[in-house]
Design a protein around this ligand. Structure first.
Ligand code: AP5
Length: 188
């Protein structure tokens, strides 16, 4: 199973991906987590992406595609990949299609989490108080939302054309959203 969890910053992709991992044993492939790990390790890659991430802009397609490619065998062995925060551009989506096709698979379903913009900002700002993520300030979240609208939202028609988008209301409690996602996944 190749599942793309799709939606704007703060919609709950990471939260729900972890729940699916716990329930189904699939592998969460979060490019945001991978890049934050590189950043905190102080590696050359981490130093290269730090400023870009802190400003809320996108790192290059080449970097994130390589990170994903490296982890695909692990997800395949587990029977499922949850793509979280990837793809974020049409070029990334096309690259993912090519990578999966070369391994004899494809993106099976795209779950689009919808959340009102005011709620997104509130969630992210609340998280800033707890976790200190440098890109969770009110100014940077505005940039991240603009980047989402300009560069990532065009993926919706890309995947709709393949007939694999399932919309889930992300405004409920975490349990309600998890239950709605499970219903989509169990329907096949
Ligand atoms: P990334 O880490 O992917 O950030 P994001 O997409 O902005 O997503 P978030 O982690 O903010 O939100 P989420 O949807 O996962 O929500 P979460 O579950 O955390 O990317 C960070 C940066 O890395 C990017 O800006 C870019 O620079 C770079 N990057 C990453 N991937 C890239 C790519 N593919 N290409 C290029 N650059 C890339 O929830 C948010 C908060 O809300 C949490 O506190 C949570 O507890 C809470 N919450 C969740 N669900 C609910 C609920 N139902 N009710 C109330 N609160 C909730």
């Amino acid at each position: 199973m190749n599942l793309v969890l799709f939606g704007p910053p703060g919609c709950g992709k990471g939260t729900q991906a972890k729940r699916i991992v716990a329930e189904r044993g699939w592998v969460q492939l979060s490019t945001g987590d991978m890049l934050r790990a590189a950043k905190s390790s102080g590696s050359e890659l981490g130093q290269r992406v730090a400023g870009i991430m802190d400003r809320g802009e996108l790192v290059s397609d080449e970097i994130v595609i390589a990170l994903i490619e490296e982890r695909l065998p692990e997800a395949e062995a587990a029977g499922g990949a949850i793509f979280d925060g990837f793809p974020r551009t049409v070029a990334q989506a096309e690259a993912l299609d090519r990578l999966l096709e070369s391994r004899g698979t494809k993106v099976d379903v795209v779950i689009r989490l919808t959340v009102d913009e005011d709620e997104l900002v509130q969630r992210v700002v609340r998280r800033a108080e707890q976790e200190n993520r440098p890109d969770d300030t009110p100014e940077v979240i505005r940039t991240r939302l603009a980047v989402y609208n300009n560069q990532t939202a065009p993926l919706i028609p890309y995947y709709e054309a393949k007939g694999i988008v399932r919309e889930v209301n992300g405004m409920g409690t975490m349990d309600e959203v998890a239950a709605a996602i499970s219903r989509v996944l169990d329907k096949g």
